[in-house]
Ligand binder design. Structure first.
Ligand SMILES: *Cc1c(COP(=O)(O)O)cnc(C)c1O
Length: 241
């Protein structure tokens, strides 16, 4: 062996994932640089996060406010960016307003009101993606597509501290790739439709869709951000929603 140090297994998985992202983009005739990776660190502890930071990552998706609070305390000095991707109760708005740089799971007006109020008190603003329900499983959260126009109109006029950048979805768990693809396509078409409304302050450039098991399909359907947990950090020892 003449190498001075071993590449960490995390760095190797990250390189592999980036190669798959690039290949999927090229197959779809897209520029790979237009697709961001959001590493999802939920259930993984500070050792895993430190390895990810050593590999150059600074922005992490989490699905529980309590877990963001703990990790924020433990890793405060690293100045990481926390992105909330999980279902959010309104009574957690205070911590979210304090700790996260972005919420991708905004799915109702009541939550927008609570976040706007808390962000005013913190004198902060955050980016948001509106989560849309494109799958039929009850465990897949998100606003119903037919209610999206009203929520976007509300955000455009009533929630100036929530900077809407796009839409997010979770596809169905079907083994049939065409059913999964249909969810992603639905989100893209909804975005195209909503763009026609030209709502002030509402940007719809970002589409957060695709996870470890389906990100290649999502990229083919126009994803600009894939949220990847297990393919990067390894299998989770317990499942969270
Ligand atoms: C856990 C989670 C992911 C990542 O899932 P993997 O299958 O581990 O890649 C992506 N998005 C959301 C909303 C999640 O909760």
């Amino acid at each position: 062996m003449n190498s001075q140090y071993a590449v960490s297994s995390f760095a190797a998985r990250l390189a592999d994932l980036r190669a798959r992202l690039r290949a999927a983009a090229e197959r779809a005739g897209r520029n790979p640089d237009e697709i961001t990776l959001l590493p999802v660190s939920k259930t993984f502890g500070t050792d895993a996060l430190r390895e990810a930071v050593a590999a150059g990552l600074t922005r992490f998706g989490e699905n529980k406010v309590q877990e963001i609070r703990t990790k924020h305390q433990q890793l405060h000095a690293l100045n990481l960016h926390w992105v909330m991707i999980g279902h959010l109760q309104t009574n957690k708005a205070k911590d979210v307003a304090r700790l996260v740089t972005e919420v991708q799971s905004l799915d109702r007006q009541e939550l927008a009101e609570a976040l706007q109020h808390r962000l005013e008190l913190e004198n902060r603003s955050i980016d948001v993606l509106v989560q849309v329900k494109t799958a039929s499983e009850p465990s897949k959260y998100g606003i119903e597509p037919d209610q999206l126009p009203d929520l976007l109109r509300y955000l455009s006029t009533q929630a100036p501290r929530l900077h809407v950048q796009g839409l997010m979805t979770m596809a169905t768990n079907s083994p049939d790739p065409e059913e999964v693809r249909a969810c992603f396509r639905r989100l893209r078409l909804l975005r195209d439709e909503m763009r026609q409304a030209n709502l002030p302050g509402i940007a719809l450039d970002r589409l957060s869709m695709g996870m470890s098991g389906d990100f290649e399909l999502a990229i083919e359907e126009g994803s600009t951000e894939i949220r990847v947990g297990s393919a990067l950090f390894g299998a989770r020892s317990y499942e969270t929603q």
